[in-house]
Write a protein that binds this ligand. Structure first.
Ligand code: SAM
Length: 238
């Protein structure tokens, strides 16, 4: 069933703008047909189209239910900038895997170093990709793609979470079970060239848990999926 997101949907049970155009022109839906709307706060509404005009679809709410796809932990993925469209893939897959927030990071070995203007454009593009992935995967929230942080800013922010998982190919330990007291988890993934030794030391000194994702070197766009799968599995969310 088609799925859309709209904040405060219960008090305003209609859809307008681009989503209305999509419902009416691309999906060619009409009165009497069913769709689901998520209020981005964890509730899903099963609806039937009650009226349509050019740019607006009115909906009758048939059922409200708690969305049960959200993990019990809030996971922020700190993702170092990668080249080409690899970030697009990483963002999409991170949302599918349950990340609640994505923070792009500029570290020493990032080959991609866009200026501020193109970073802003990229952020908007990644947010669109994240929104699409949230709809496709049935998420109960719209995970946010934040502004790009420097490595040092990312260290401060990530190590504030209950658990900070730093994925490092030279690590010898695997991720332990994540107990119920842990509510916020950050996951840090490096760029194609990896982290420098001083960066790895800084993360460890600031309390990040340095973990291995296995003996094989994963590409920068594969590592986030593996890391998020491990976090979801170890916290009972898979
Ligand atoms: N510098 C590395 C090299 O060329 O051998 C590769 C870096 S890898 C392409 C990009 C990032 O994915 C790393 O910085 C790390 O965060 C993560 N990663 C890849 N494989 C990993 C593994 N086996 N264990 C933990 N992290 C891994």
């Amino acid at each position: 069933m088609p799925r859309f997101f709209k904040e405060f949907f219960q008090s305003e049970p209609f859809i307008d703008g681009d989503d209305a155009k999509h419902i009416l022109r691309s999906l060619r839906m009409t009165v009497g047909e069913k769709l689901t709307v998520c209020d981005t706060k964890g509730f899903d509404y099963s609806c039937v189209i009650s009226a349509c005009s050019d740019n607006r679809v009115d909906l009758e709410i048939k059922e409200k239910r708690k969305n049960d796809t959200e993990p019990t932990i809030f996971v922020t993925l700190y993702l170092c900038l990668t080249k080409g469209d690899k970030m697009d893939l990483a963002v999409r897959q991170a949302v599918e895997m349950g990340a609640s927030q994505i923070v792009p990071v500029l570290s020493t070995n990032c080959v991609s170093r866009p200026d501020e203007k193109s970073l802003k454009k990229k952020q908007e593009r990644w947010q669109k990709i994240a929104d699409e992935a949230a709809g496709q995967s049935g998420r109960g929230i719209l995970p946010k793609v934040c502004e790009t942080l420097s490595f040092n800013e990312a260290v401060i922010s990530a190590t504030n979470d209950d658990l900070c998982v730093f994925c490092y190919e030279l690590a010898t330990e695997n991720l332990d079970t994540i107990d119920d007291n842990i509510k916020t988890v950050s996951v840090i993934i490096g760029p194609e060239g990896g982290f420098t030794v001083p960066e790895a030391e800084t993360l460890a000194k600031n309390g990040a848990k340095t973990v291995s994702l296995g003996k094989r070197i994963l590409r920068a766009e594969t590592a986030p999926v593996a890391a998020l799968a491990a976090v979801m599995l170890k916290s009972g969310n898979m």
